[in-house]
Design a protein around this ligand. Sequence first.
Ligand code: PHE
Length: 344
Amino acid sequence: MMDQLQQQIDAYQNEIAAATASTPEEVEQFRSRFLGTKGIVKTLMGEMKQIPVDQKKAFGQIMNAFKILAEEKWEALRTSVAASVSASGPSIDLSLPGDPPPIGSRHPVILMRNRILSIFQRLGFAVAEGPEIEDDFHNFTALNLAENHPARDMQDTFYLSQNPDWLLRTHTSNIQIREMEKGNLPIRIVCPGRVYRNETISARSHCFFHQVEGLYIDENVSFADLKQTLYFFVQEMFGKDVRVRFRPSYFPFTEPSAEMDISCMLCQGSGCSVCKRSGWLEILGCGMVHPNVLENCGIDSSKYTGFAFGMGVERPALLKYGINDIRLFSENDVRFLQQFTPAT
Ligand code: PHE
């Protein structure tokens, strides 16, 4: 019995010594022939039952050595095939063109913001930015809104619990204060950014939105400069046929103050649901900077005057792109957002 098995094992040992492999498939064939669950090593081990008791130990040692031989050969074949595969390079075609990365698109609010800014940049306004988390002074007090001023009611916001003096800015006028504090006159800036208000969210208003505000301070700046600048802006933005009107208004930081309307471009002024049948669309607030604001920032109000204006970005974007719900801008649905980037 033992002799017969020994002969078989000798033959297999010769086979193992002579085995070669040049592909991973051949390595696998070797493994399953000798070391697989139905392979030669397992089968021979199964013969153990038939071995007389006094020879079991010797047979066990032979089988152990045989198993190690097969395992070592398998390991050697594997290593040499792996080395030759990596030496001959990866089996991918590097000359194929890659998968193109998805191209992003500009957000419609940012497209509109850039259009607004570029019109004022052509008039010599520089772009200035500032913090969204602001202190009470730069958002309210410096703008002539004392702590208990009723006009604060128009711009309720969100406060930070760590510090009762901190809040989310309600307008980008904080940037104008910060620029005036620097004291480099004259100042001619446009201030884009995100702003926050404690308001109920609906199709027409949100608790955050974007603004572009503007400020021009120099000697002899007049209301005529304000009107002409804004008229130029409207014509560039909405076309030469659009009419404007100024309505007296109130802001604590400007005096006199006005609201500027443009004739509704959807109904040409005859009245529709967008302009609430009035024929006019309200697009911005403006006025001459209040002397108190200049003095709060250390500017001599007997020497300098200036005008300021502020507009929302979402509303003109809704009009331009024919969108009827402001919430779509912040839902991050890429299918919606992709539609507005001009084809290049
Ligand atoms: N800061 C005002 C607002 O957010 C807009 C404005 C700016 C009005 C400058 C007049 C002058 O409502």
